[in-house]
Design a binder for this molecule. Sequence first.
Ligand SMILES: [Zn+2]
Length: 260
Amino acid sequence: MFFRRALSALAVLAAAVAVPLAVPGQAHAAPNFKAPFACGQKWTYSHHSAEVRRALDFVRSDGGTTSGAPVLASAGGTATRMSQPDGAGNYIVIDHGGGWKTYYFHLASYSVASGTYVSQGRQIGTTGSTGNSSGPHIHYEQLYNGVGQDIRINGSALPYPSSYGQYHLTSDNGCSSGGTAFRTWGSDVRVRADAYLSSAVVGSLSGPTDVVVVCQKQGDTVSAEGYTNNWWSKLRDQGGFITNIYIDHPDAKLPGVPLC
Ligand SMILES: [Zn+2]
């Protein structure tokens, strides 16, 4: 009897809390979504006739390479790795709360573990062509309560052209967090939570990668590829540090990059 009363009291409480959310016309405001690719890059997009929901497919149109380009969280939320080999391929779902989710299909690789909270602009994967895909691109969707919505970036609705090259989107995702652009070299370079060989591995760079270094600091001395260096760079979009040996620059300590 006690439990019954307690439960019904809880149910009343839950109903009281739930009511304001159910008022028509009071749907949760969408997060301020930003482009799912790196600051300053320009991509073109289209919506083909057989497309699922209200997706847009993005490819680079600024001369850069689409394959392997970082895929960024368009808003903060909890990322989950998914896989559908005969369809979406390797993909990430980010749950932004309030019924809003974003999808990123056909990834070549994942950059975060399932369950990771990612801030807006954090790299979640690399662009690829896994699953049912005819070439490297980011298939991107915004969903509200499981229903695909017309995609809005920085609060503005994007058009839905049927072919590439008609409309372009330049990203400002992550621009405000600052940093200096560099390129890495080497393969399978480990990204660590801090500038020490004992620090947890939080990701890896499979090959040369465009990165943004926010700061640098001295940590463990690393010897690799004929170089020895104790300077490490903090990468904005990968959420961790790599040894400066793998930053494509002749100086052990990078010029113009502040100390962490
Ligand atoms: Zn698509």
